[in-house]
Design a protein around this ligand. Structure first.
Ligand SMILES: *Cc1c(COP(=O)(O)O)cnc(C)c1O
Length: 378
């Protein structure tokens, strides 16, 4: 055991002004979707270059609604990555479409765009890439493929708030960009998400899908013409988002600084000395949502052993993002098997997430690096 305090892999930071603003909303008499949500949506829209934005109560339903707005349903194939949180492929099944996986790139750990293009069939209607750890895919290539094959794109940008592509914000261009404000994300509302779209028609549909399909006309007239759910964001959540918007630039800058410190502390010999693999040094693009290393393969239990020892011997929390989705029971029942996406399977077993959050210090980074080296040495 160690006397040092526990270092979690992630920790949200909500400042006192934001906490006070939640109290104000609770006292105001209007706590569901209202003026704070409208203000949050308008700030988000400004952040994303003026594109229409609508909020929801999770990143998961945000992606599902994007697929619905795009008209994806039964008989349609959607190509996605096997390395993500289960939400990414669940929403494809949720709208009645068929998930088609393409294996990942071992270096970026994102969907391999060559394999994605090879997986396109006449039934393919949409692409659902994930920007894992905040690292975008090659966006020029992605949209060139989408244009060539006439496909919609729903970006699972859940982890990519504040990430860039050639100097442009992820979410400031493209087809649909879906973000999550779940508690571990760089910007959180406790739970929540938002969808960035292109047209007022899409935004109107988003509003219908998030509130039971209801449209209002006049004071006493409502109609329902699409099947919607209950996915709205309350003003309690929205006001947390407004507070987080004030610090997101500082959060992103601090995460970049911590990532730089990780690379410096690991040094150039870490990979050859241990057989582990560091992430891509994507300082022009990534928001450093996660700092993930791939462990050297020491057989079954490699990651569990590493995580247990980091916790027990060094009091450091780690996580893993993610196990390969196609090997879960539900997907095996749909016909997916071991061996189909070997890179995802390997990385799904060996990826581990080291601590990274706004209030972490460079000394914390050094502590994690020393502990990682120690655990991997023995
Ligand atoms: C967090 C996350 C989601 C799900 O978002 P929720 O807000 O938890 O519903 C989906 N995809 C990825 C890649 C995520 O990181």
């Amino acid at each position: 055991m160690t006397a040092e305090t526990f270092l979690p892999f992630s920790r949200p930071t909500i400042d006192e002004a934001t906490i006070a603003s939640v109290g104000d909303v609770l006292r105001s008499g209007w706590i569901t979707t209202g003026p704070k949500n409208a203000a949050f949506e308008s700030q988000l829209s400004e952040y994303f270059g003026g594109r229409p934005v609508r909020t929801f109560n999770s990143g998961t339903c945000t992606m599902e609604i994007a697929l619905r707005i795009a008209g994806i349903g039964k008989g349609d194939e959607v190509i996605t990555t096997p390395i993500s949180w289960p939400a990414t492929s669940a929403v494809i099944l949720e709208v009645g479409a068929t998930p088609v996986f393409a294996d990942i790139d071992p270096v970026t750990r994102n969907i391999d765009l060559d394999k994605l293009e090879a997986a396109i069939t006449p039934r393919t209607k949409a692409l659902l890439p994930v920007f894992l750890s905040g690292l975008p895919v090659d966006m020029d290539r992605l949209y060139a493929i989408a244009r060539k094959h006439n496909l919609r794109v729903v970006e699972d940008a859940a982890q990519a708030f504040g990430s860039l592509w050639q100097g442009k914000r992820i979410g400031a261009f493209g087809d649909f960009s879906s973000f999550s404000f779940q508690v571990n994300k760089n910007l959180t509302t406790g739970e929540g998400g938002c969808l960035v779209m292109n047209t007022p028609e899409e935004a109107r549909l988003a509003e219908k899908y998030r509130l039971q399909g209801v449209t209002r006309s006049g004071v006493d007239g409502i109609d329902v013409d699409v099947l919607g759910g209950k996915y709205n964001m309350s003003d309690i959540m929205a006001v947390i988002g407004l507070g987080q918007m004030k610090t997101i630039a500082a959060v992103t800058a601090q995460r970049r600084k911590l990532a730089e410190h990780y690379f410096a502390a690991f040094g150039t010999d870490f990979e050859s000395a241990t057989g582990a693999q560091l992430p891509v040094q994507a300082f022009d693009t990534s928001n450093w949502h996660l700092f993930q290393i791939i462990l050297p393969d020491r057989g079954p239990g490699t990651r569990a052993d590493f995580m247990t020892r980091m916790q027990k011997e060094h009091n450091i929390g780690t996580g893993y993002h993610y196990a390969a989705i196609h090997l879960f029971t539900l997907y095996r029942e749909l016909g997916f098997k071991e061996g189909m996406f070997p890179i995802a399977e390997k990385i799904g077993r060996l990826t581990v997430t080291l601590p990274m959050f706004y209030t972490m210090t460079t000394q914390d980074v050094e502590r994690v690096v020393a502990a990682t080296r120690k655990v991997l040495a023995a």
